[in-house]
Ligand binder design. Structure first.
Ligand SMILES: [Zn+2]
Length: 331
């Protein structure tokens, strides 16, 4: 779709470390991205917030917005209040949202050693504070269904799980996929004044009717498309197009591009032309009607093709930029 002006596209879900910022800026110009939302990488890399923000501002100016993630290393009593206070300080210093990684619900434990469920009331002050501050929560809960199933011959994500064994949750010590999403939904319901963006199409791209029902039920819930074109594009293109049309005010383009996070890089995305191809593959999926094309990131998420969905330009504009600009302060 040559007529669409992509200069202002917002990638609402990336993880780019400060030492990769200059490369990212070049990629943004080449791919036609106006701005990106960068989530949680400073905390993952152990870079002090202030240093990281300064480094980002120096390179990106206004074209990057940062969402910090809470410190789950401190889960002594009162942790939710402390997380809320820290978020307020970070927003005052330029943070524009909050990022929650999938470890919440799966791995984070309190000081007594118990798993902290996503809907633990001790976190309520944090969710409430985000609403008060007017910043969205980008929340990643659960993961692909296959990650919760036995890791045997029949597991369709076996190749990926063999590469990242830590992502396999099909063991008794982990809550199930449905349990986790139910916990998340209770948080969204309880905090109707807070905007939640469910990463990875709300982490149920395998079942569009489930995501559709969540979006219908919770007006403060939004979803991004990050790292799930491989799943989204497996449904009949007509159904997927209808979903994006119906929820055109609730869906955000995100790619989950990772630069400078060792566990993911493994040398595969260091090359600029590969990253540019990653964006081209997204435009191809959303804008053309080609059948059985490779999804962005093929083949690690499974050896299948996807059907592109040829969204109309008014839907694309909201998906690519409009919704992010409405929800995320400073964009
Ligand atoms: Zn991500």
């Amino acid at each position: 779709m040559e007529t669409l002006n992509r200069r202002s596209v917002v990638d609402a879900h990336v993880h780019v470390a400060p030492d990769q910022a200059a490369l990212m800026l070049e990629i943004m110009d080449a791919a036609g991205l106006g701005a990106v939302v960068n989530a949680g990488i400073l905390e993952v890399r152990g870079i002090p917030f202030e240093d990281g923000m300064r480094a980002f501002e120096r390179v990106f100016g206004e074209r990057m917005r940062y969402f910090p993630t809470p410190d789950f290393g401190d889960t002594a009593p009162g942790f939710g209040e402390r997380m809320a206070e820290r978020l307020a300080r970070q927003v005052a210093r330029g943070a524009c949202g909050l990022k929650i990684f999938k470890e919440l619900g799966l791995r984070h434990r309190d000081a007594g050693g118990d798993l902290i469920p996503v809907d633990d009331p001790r976190l309520d002050p944090l969710w409430a504070k985000a609403g008060e501050l007017g910043v969205p929560v980008l929340i990643h809960t659960a993961d692909p269904l296959a990650f919760f199933r036995p890791l045997d011959e029949a597991n369709e994500r076996r190749e990926e799980l063999q590469r990242y064994p830590d992502w396999h949750f099909g063991k008794p010590e982990f809550p199930g996929h449905d349990t986790l999403l139910a916990q998340r939904n209770r948080v969204i319901e309880r905090h109707s004044g807070t905007v939640f963006i469910g990463a990875h199409l709300g982490n149920y791209p395998e079942d569009l009717s489930y995501v559709d029902a969540c979006l219908d039920r919770y007006p403060n819930f939004y979803v991004d498309t990050s790292a799930r074109i491989g799943e989204i594009g497996r449904h009949p293109a007509e159904e997927v197009r209808a979903f994006f049309r119906k929820h055109q005010d609730r869906t955000l383009f995100g790619s989950d591009l990772v630069l400078g996070w060792d566990v993911f890089d493994q040398g595969e995305r260091e090359d600029r032309s590969e990253v540019e191809a990653h964006y081209e593959d997204h435009w191809r999926f959303f804008e053309t009607d080609e059948r059985q094309i490779p999804y962005p990131g093929f083949p690690i998420q499974g050896r299948w093709g996807v059907d592109a969905i040829a969204l109309p330009s008014e839907v694309l504009e909201k998906l690519y930029a409009g919704n992010a600009r409405r929800l995320i302060p400073g964009l």
